[in-house]
Ligand binder design. Structure first.
Ligand code: GLY
Length: 381
């Protein structure tokens, strides 16, 4: 029954993304306006942290289908992103999202040397953000978020960016990238993840001695709440960290995070509220749902060879499928005439601009999840 549902979803995904690729080509989409994407719609232009999700989706689909249309446009978008590597001052920790899903995905598919060099350049830039005495990667540059003092901030989202460092170590044999990634993961485990498996979005840490200073407000309801997308970054990010290091605490942390997410989703018909620990007004963040779903499938794969792993694998896999099914029923737009799939995305709890739209990263993680269920996923994180 599930298999049939996955097959149908895969057929719809192929039709939708093929139509989008023909329309969007090497433009860089984010949110459709009036049903259609525009190139580089956000003020940050090429630097916008989400600009890797479209080529990431195209590389995934090229890997899954062999269709050249995806490869042609993915390579063209990658070319557009490369000049960013010469302007590191304009980039932040999300250089991981940008180059894991472009250069690294390209390298994994093609083995192209230029793409490999771009992965290493990007990893060097990310590593330069490491505050060695504090043991963390600083998220932003002064002035990145107008009116906010971002000094010493480390954030949940960065757990995903660590894969750029782990992969750079694997590619080059230079362990220092992975050491930085694990030092950051250790600090995130200490300060961001709570005993119940929920996580704060942001911690401010003293870069000189690694002491926690405060929990500033982030994209969730409040510093002590549980912004759902942040829970997804933690769950998926610690699963990746475990896969790259084999460090048991990372797997335990990923599982704790998964159990918190599963509980919060199960009491809400498997639909992802914007924040799991906040006044519930019916607003959803479908992007959180897709990240959690793909993260749970990654975790299912991670535990399958552990003791009693086959049972745990089924726990995480079936939760992911329940979540994907619930969101598909309520949110997915499969019309091939308009852009964007998973509607009901949210940028942040206290900001209803563009609320309800499909957001490119929601569609990216849906694509990952479907391809994982079809055994066609290109491993990038
Ligand atoms: N990385 C920022 C976000 O998830 O919105």
């Amino acid at each position: 029954m599930t298999e049939e549902w996955v097959n149908v979803l895969f057929v719809k995904l192929q039709a939708k993304l093929h139509a989008e690729a023909e329309r969007v080509k090497s433009d860089i989409p984010f949110i459709p306006i009036g049903g259609h994407y525009r190139d580089l719609m956000m003020p940050g232009g090429l630097c916008w942290w989400c600009n890797g999700f479209w080529p990431g989706m195209l590389w995934q689909m090229n890997h899954a289908s062999g269709d050249e249309i995806y490869r042609t446009y993915a390579a063209a978008v990658d070319e557009r992103l490369v000049p960013l590597l010469d302007e590191p001052g304009k980039l932040d920790h999300d250089i991981g999202f940008l180059f894991i899903l472009s250069a690294l995905a390209e390298y994994n598919v093609t083995g192209n040397e230029a793409a490999k060099n771009n992965v290493i350049k990007a990893a060097d830039i990310l590593a330069s953000r490491f505050r060695r005495n504090g043991g963390f990667i600083e998220a932003w540059n002064p002035g990145t978020i107008p009116g906010t003092d971002t000094s010493g901030m480390m954030i949940a989202d960065c757990m995903m960016n660590l894969s750029l460092l782990y992969r750079a170590s694997e590619i080059t044999g230079n362990k220092s990238y992975a050491e930085i990634a694990s030092a950051h993961a250790d600090t995130a485990m200490r300060y961001l993840v709570r005993p119940d498996g929920s996580a704060a979005h942001i911690a401010r840490v003293n870069p000189e001695n690694g002491e926690l200073t405060e929990y500033p407000s982030g994209q969730g309801f409040a510093p002590e709440s549980a912004w759902s997308r942040g829970q997804g970054w933690i769950l998926y990010g610690f699963t990746n960290a475990w896969k790259h290091t084999g460090k048991k605490e990372y797997l335990e942390t990923a599982k704790r995070s998964a159990h918190y997410c599963i509980s919060a989703l199960a009491v809400n018909d498997w639909l992802p509220a914007v924040d799991f620990r906040a006044p519930q007004d019916g607003r959803m963040d479908s992007t959180a749902g897709m990240i959690i779903a793909s993260g749970l499938l990654e975790l299912a794969d991670a535990v399958k060879n552990e003791e009693l792993g086959e049972h745990e694998c089924e726990l995480y896999r079936s939760a992911a499928i329940k979540l994907l099914k619930a969101c598909d029923e309520k949110f997915d737009n499969w019309s091939t005439e308009t852009d964007g799939i998973v509607t009901n995305g949210s940028l942040r709890y206290h900001d209803d601009r563009m609320y309800g739209a499909s957001i490119i990263y929601g569609d990216y993680y849906l694509t990952e999840a479907v391809l994982k269920l079809k055994d066609l996923y290109l491993s990038v994180w």
